[in-house]
Design a protein around this ligand. Structure first.
Ligand code: ADP
Ligand code: ADP
Length: 237
């Protein structure tokens, strides 16, 4: 099976405290991998290593190997802006930019130097459709993204990530700040796009992990205690 990201013997220290004790976890192409485990077990910390978000935290030391399509994520040659285009991220709290829905979703394309207006329009529409929010925003594309509900804002943020067609999308508890109906819409859309994208999702919701993921990785105290096919790890209800 082809992996988009492979990691080996990942250790991370916050100061002297070792928060990750040697993690080996790979992310197969076009699969959804769920990272589950108790609060404080290192799921977010590990996820944030994959797009070098932990680099911003003072006192953090990271060792081990991280490869994206075979290339070292932590190489001095890595352009972090380019890396973040290939490794998209969706956070727990929806964080659209304070401008229009259209400009939110077009943002990454403009950064990537796409100038063709028709291409941008098509990609914005496709992405909003894939993120299952098109019907709700299609007549309001010029409205401020912050004027929409939390669930809609999160789907706009997902569209913003999809638009740049990343190699992998990292999601850190993307539904835990939302009501159950909004959360279910996001689970549904992830199932709809799973054959086109590679996804790593941190969740503390076992039902969500068992419903949407192909593979599950269990974290405990900064260690990976079990990894396997979700359908073999969870007993179907
Ligand atoms: P999870 O995502 O599984 O809830 P985290 O990755 O957030 O776990 O946290 C793992 C451990 O690292 C916890 O003990 C947490 O308190 C600690 N931690 C997380 N972020 C920091 C930080 N910026 N500085 C120091 N310790 C941190
Ligand atoms: P969440 O559950 O939303 O991931 P956390 O409570 O794990 O939130 O962390 C919120 C922020 O605080 C993160 O930026 C994390 O890095 C930081 N943090 C978490 N634990 C610690 C800690 N023990 N010391 C310092 N910063 C921490």
């Amino acid at each position: 099976m082809e992996n988009v990201i492979t990691t080996h013997n990942v250790r991370l220290y916050y100061g002297r405290k070792e928060a990750l004790h040697g993690i080996d976890l790979d992310f197969p192409k076009r699969k959804i991998t769920a990272l589950i485990g108790p609060s404080g077990s290192g799921k977010s910390t590990f996820l944030r290593c994959l797009n070098r978000m932990n680099d911003l935290t003072p006192g953090v030391t990271i060792t081990g190997s991280f490869k994206l399509d075979g290339k070292d994520i932590y190489s001095p040659k890595t352009d972090v802006v380019d890396l973040r285009k290939k490794v998209g991220m969706v956070f727990q709290q929806p964080n659209p930019f304070p401008f229009s829905v259209f400009e939110n979703v077009a943002f990454g394309l403009r950064l990537a130097g796409v100038r063709d207006r028709k291409l941008i329009q098509e990609r914005v529409e496709t992405s909003l459709k894939q993120a299952a929010v098109w019907d709700e925003v299609k007549d309001k594309l010029n409205e401020n993204a912050l004027s929409f509900s939390g669930g809609q804002q999160q789907r706009i943020c997902i569209a913003r990530v999809l638009a740049v067609q990343p190699e992998i999308i990292l999601m850190d508890e993307p539904t835990s700040a939302l009501d159950p109906v909004s959360a279910a819409k996001i689970e549904d859309l992830l199932l709809d796009i799973q054959d086109k994208f590679t996804i790593a999702i941190v969740t503390h919701n076992m039902q969500q992990a068992s419903r949407i993921s192909d593979r599950t990785a269990f974290f405990l105290d900064g260690r990976l205690v079990e990894t396997g096919l979700t359908k073999e790890l969870f007993i179907a209800p």
